[in-house]
Design a protein. Structure first.
Length: 531
């Protein structure tokens, strides 16, 4: 019997099968960004850059300098600083594989700043205090993604280290107020603050609260029950679970302020009193019309509402005395101009905190095994939530909060003769006379480097095509002015065409006059939306 001939199979089917099997083993990557993360593009990035710059300049005016720490750090740092039972440490950190010692993507900034200042020595040398630093960057937590809650998010933070007085708390809160005011967000947020008191007051309150919660243990979430058993009863106040909130909302819940000792009470009252005195804050419920009394013309805006929130505890272990959050007001505080009805904020109740912080006098001691006692206070602002708020505000008021983007000018070589466009669908500059290409380059260079160059973006499209294709490009890029460099014009008298895209006005000018003509055209146009 003749043997079957498999050669045809090998030649055709075999490679296909191999490709199929290898694709199954090694699938191509998904183009989706990982859950809870985002790709961002030019317009968004430009706004974020503006936001960041505004925060930096505002904070540096307070004499605060920048600090940068790695985006990953020792797991043990966060275990110690934040507390092993916190949500962040127990379930939200991203560990890096096979690292010894174990490393994680940083979930927050304060612990890394403390590590850096202990390592560098500023924190350990009181004669170098106060040390005031700001940081900005991405942080990572494995949380359930929602609007304003992501797995990679950006924070801008401030830490006042070696700062142990109640006045430092005031200064720190005023810095938060300052940035929100400069962003135009002050009318839409309120300050909620509380005091966790000193160690003695906190221990007393923990005992009182644990005792009070005993009859309600079964009604609380499993997590809260475990926390109480582990001595973390304060976290129950911070719980977002509805069953916990229901218990904690009972009228007879003991108040933290009733457990404050004299020193804790004094510290809190001085902070609140000074904020009131300066005029940046008024108590919740009071009229906030007009300038604060203490302002006397120095404060540029209305005071913000301040509310003593007895249930406010920060989610991390290291806080004492003053704790505060700047929270979006319930209504979002704004009216939709068109339909005049109050609109709920984009940030839901659970994502309403845009800036949060407090005093943390124990952190440095905990990290240094009791060797260094460094009082400190600070805050972190959620950039993503601020960006969302600004977007919403812009929609509601139809007023742009962002500066105009630079004017776009296109300098485009044009293949006047069909023959200049190479085939193959891609076009190319191969057939265009060098004089056209070099003139376009020189004009582009001249425009970028003239006096107004910083306010102009000068684009080119080297895929040299016919006039129609180049104009399509200029329209797609929303260019305001287009300089067309064509062979014939150049040959006939060293000229190029300059076109105002808004009015369609087009003039022929000598190469040496292009900058001046563009300048005039730009100053006359000014009509195009540039975001
Ligand atoms: P929340 O109660 O909203 O979870 P938090 O107490 O965990 O906040 P902090 O660790 O104090 O937040 O961080 C400071 C600020 O950073 C928050 O007020 C918020 O604006 C922002 N932030 C925190 N976690 C996220 C996140 N997962 N996505 C986006 N922003 C965040
Ligand atoms: Mg959180």
């Amino acid at each position: 019997m003749p043997r079957p001939n498999y050669n045809g199979f090998k030649r055709t089917l075999h490679p296909l099968l191999c490709r199929f099997l290898s694709a199954k083993k090694n699938p191509p990557p998904s183009f989706h960004p990982p859950r809870g993360t985002h790709d961002t593009f030019h317009a968004t990035n430009r706004k974020r850059r503006h936001l960041e710059r505004l925060l930096q300049t505002t904070i540096e005016k307070h004499g605060v300098s920048e600090i940068k720490t790695p985006t990953f750090d020792h797991r043990s740092l966060f275990d110690r600083a934040l507390g092993a039972t916190t949500d962040v440490v127990s379930k939200e950190m991203y560990s890096l594989d096979h690292t010894d010692p174990p490393l994680v993507l940083r979930p927050e900034g304060t612990a890394s700043v403390a590590r850096a200042l202990l390592h560098q020595g500023t924190a350990t040398q009181p004669h170098l205090w106060p040390c005031k630093v700001w940081y900005s960057g991405s942080f990572y937590r494995r949380e359930r993604p929602q609007k304003g809650r992501y797995r990679q998010f950006d924070q801008f933070g401030v830490e006042l280290v070696g700062c142990g007085t109640w006045m430092d708390d005031v200064e720190c809160i005023m810095m938060g107020h300052d940035v929100l005011q400069r962003l135009g967000l002050a009318p839409y947020v309120e300050l909620r603050l509380n005091s966790l008191g000193d160690q003695e007051s906190r221990t007393r309150y923990k005992e009182t609260l644990t005792e009070w919660l005993r009859p309600y243990m079964d009604e609380l979430s499993d997590t809260s029950q475990t926390r109480i058993r582990n001595g973390d009863v304060l976290r129950v106040l911070d719980s977002k679970r509805p069953e916990d909130r229901q218990v904690m909302a009972r009228d007879d819940r003991p108040l933290m302020s009733h457990s404050w000792n004299a020193a804790s009470k004094d510290h809190f009252e001085k902070v609140v009193g000074m904020l009131r005195e300066v005029g940046v804050m008024v108590d919740g419920g009071e009229e906030v019309e007009g300038e604060g009394e203490g302002g006397k013309g120095l404060l540029a805006s209305n005071p913000m509402t301040m509310v003593h929130d007895e249930a406010l505890v920060r989610g991390l272990d290291y806080y004492c005395h003053t704790a505060f959050e700047f929270v979006v007001k319930e209504s979002g505080g704004k009216q939709n101009k068109k339909n005049k009805k109050k609109k709920k904020s984009v940030l839901g109740r659970q994502q309403g905190t845009v800036l949060a912080g407090g005093r943390y006098d124990q952190l440095y001691s905990v990290l240094s095994g009791g060797k260094h006692d460094v009082p400190a206070v600070g805050w972190a602002l959620g950039m993503d939530r601020i960006a969302l708020m600004l977007e919403e505000l812009e929609e509601d008021t139809a007023e742009s909060l962002w500066p105009l983007a630079p004017v776009k000018i296109a300098v485009l070589p044009v293949g006047d003769k069909g023959a200049m466009v190479c085939g193959g669908g891609g076009g190319g500059s191969g057939g265009v006379p060098a004089a056209v290409l070099s003139t376009a380059l020189r004009i582009g260079h001249g425009l970028r480097n003239c006096g107004e160059g910083d306010d102009w973006d000068v684009l080119t499209n080297n895929d040299v095509g016919r006039l129609k294709q180049q104009m399509k490009f200029a329209n797609r890029e929303a260019c305001e002015v287009v300089v067309l460099v064509g062979e014939d014009e150049l040959d006939q008298g060293g000229c190029v065409s300059v076109k105002n895209m808004a009015t369609s006005e087009q003039v022929q000018v000598e190469v040496g006059q292009v900058v001046e003509v563009v300048r005039k055209m730009v100053s006359r146009s000014g009509g195009r939306a540039r975001w």
